[in-house]
Design a protein around this ligand. Structure first.
Ligand code: ATP
Ligand code: MG
Length: 432
């Protein structure tokens, strides 16, 4: 008997001609997340992957890591035995005796067209043998086909049988970095981290942008919270970049130049514009926010439409239709809940309007912005930005400060354009 891990994927098999691409990315992600752990082999066998650990004692750590590998539907620590009925029945009996259930079922999948029995026959035969074996120790054990306490799962593939009684959910979705890039606006609250995670789970690679203010002395800065969240999310996609943008000066200009009721919407629009510039340098195809329809005044359908007008990039809002309880469940599951519970203050509670607009129209926001120099506010944000790169390697997240060269070039071009009055119109169209 050999200990192995069965890794099942589901959505990947729907991918037709692209299946091999997704599968190779899944295998690469598995290898990358286990690079410092002992893995003797990883094979594809009949629509599943079979991982053999180099050391059985490392199995729990291997499973813990694999629970963050997108594309895996579930993992099952299993025993591999020859597929002949006698050997697999003996192993099934031994495993079930160890599980010691009050009731049980046997489920068999046969992925070997030359195997001499069908799954139903096999389930009956194995069920009978396991029942006899268990009854010799405990006469009250019975078979229960609906909702059994323990299910003995048997998968027969060419040349061997895989037997297990326990399986652990994987994160599902599509393998990391198979769908292109996005930039997520990360506040430090529960919602935006979950939104970013949900898009990562669809194979998108996320870069993060966080806007911060000067917190009041009693509160922590939101920057540290955003950094911690990016650290927690990086193992899912292996690398991340976090841009941290001081927003105080921008906010003051909005407060001074625009009607109070539109303030929050103008903050959000300005954040989206700055994030869009970052998306361009990151070659990202859209933005992600944690907006949730009508959660707060700035998130009515009217207001979200008015904010998006003129952004010129798709804005993905994967939590739009969720309710808060679902979002918090996700946050707990992905490991960001506790981080977002820390008391912190970002730029948003500052200068809040007493009566925010609820049904803003895009023209009203345009008009409210009339006295602001949008281009220079965007530049102000980008010039103040700091950037950290994160990497998940050998089970650890490391980070280093660094502003991407492409971003510096972009900023230099913008400055040059701003100095040339003739070119200013073109730059302006580019930005708004
Ligand atoms: P919460 O769980 O507190 O609602 P949130 O992240 O949803 O957190 P909101 O105030 O509801 O925060 O903001 C809506 C969205 O706007 C956020 O999900 C986020 O995408 C974006 N956002 C808000 N504040 C910031 C910020 N300081 N930096 C970056 N993005 C922000
Ligand atoms: Mg929210």
């Amino acid at each position: 008997m050999k200990r192995i891990l069965i890794l099942h994927y589901h959505e990947i098999w729907l991918k037709g001609g692209n299946k091999n691409y997704f599968l190779s990315r899944l295998r690469a992600a598995i290898r990358q997340s286990l690079e410092d752990l002992p893995v003797a082999s990883l094979h594809s066998v009949s629509e599943r992957l079979i991982l053999t650990p180099g050391d059985d004692a490392a199995l729990p750590r291997i499973m813990e890591r694999l629970r963050r590998v997108f594309g895996l539907a579930y993992l099952a620590p299993a025993h591999e035995v020859p597929s002949a009925l006698e050997s697999l029945a003996a192993e099934a009996c031994a495993m079930m005796a160890e599980a010691h259930p009050a009731n049980f079922a046997v489920r068999v999948k046969i992925a070997d067209s030359n195997y001499g029995m069908n799954s139903l026959e096999m389930e009956r035969e194995l069920g009978r043998r396991v029942l006899e074996h268990l009854r010799s120790r405990d006469a009250s054990v019975r078979v229960k086909l609906v909702n059994p306490e323990v299910t003995c799962q048997v998968e027969i593939v060419p040349g061997k049988a895989l037997i297990y009684v326990q399986r652990v959910e994987g994160p599902g979705g599509l393998p990391a970095v198979t769908s292109g890039r996005l930039v997520a606006l990360l506040s430090g609250g529960f919602d935006s981290s979950v939104a970013a995670y949900k898009m990562m789970r669809r194979g998108c690679h996320i870069s993060f942008v966080h806007f911060f203010g000067n917190p009041s002395p009693a509160r922590n800065s939101s920057e540290a919270v955003a950094e911690e969240i990016v650290r927690a999310l990086t193992p899912y996609q292996f690398t991340s970049r976090l841009y941290r943008i001081p927003f105080d000066a921008i906010q003051r200009q909005i407060v001074a130049g625009a009607h109070e009721s539109f303030r929050v919407l103008l903050y959000r629009r300005m954040m989206a514009r700055i994030a869009r510039e970052i998306a361009r340098t990151e070659r990202a195809l859209g933005l992600v926010t944690g907006d949730n329809v009508s959660q707060v005044a700035s998130q009515t359908l009217h207001n979200l439409a008015a904010i998006d007008q003129g952004i010129g990039l798709p804005v993905y809002r994967p939590l739009a239709g969720d309710d808060k309880a679902e979002i918090l469940r996700w946050a707990r599951q992905i490991g960001t809940y506790k981080i977002s519970c820390e008391p912190f203050e970002d730029c948003c509670p500052r200068f809040m309007p007493r009566a925010p607009a609820i049904f803003a129209r895009p023209e009203e926001l345009d008009e409210a912005e009339g006295r602001l120099d949008i281009d220079s506010l965007v530049r102000l944000g980008l010039e103040g930005a700091a950037c950290t790169e994160y990497k998940f390697e050998r089970g650890e997240v490391t980070s280093r400060e660094g502003y991407p060269r492409r971003m510096e070039n972009r900023l230099a071009r913008k400055k040059a354009m701003a100095r040339q009055p003739a070119a200013h119109g073109a730059a302006s169209n580019n930005l708004c």
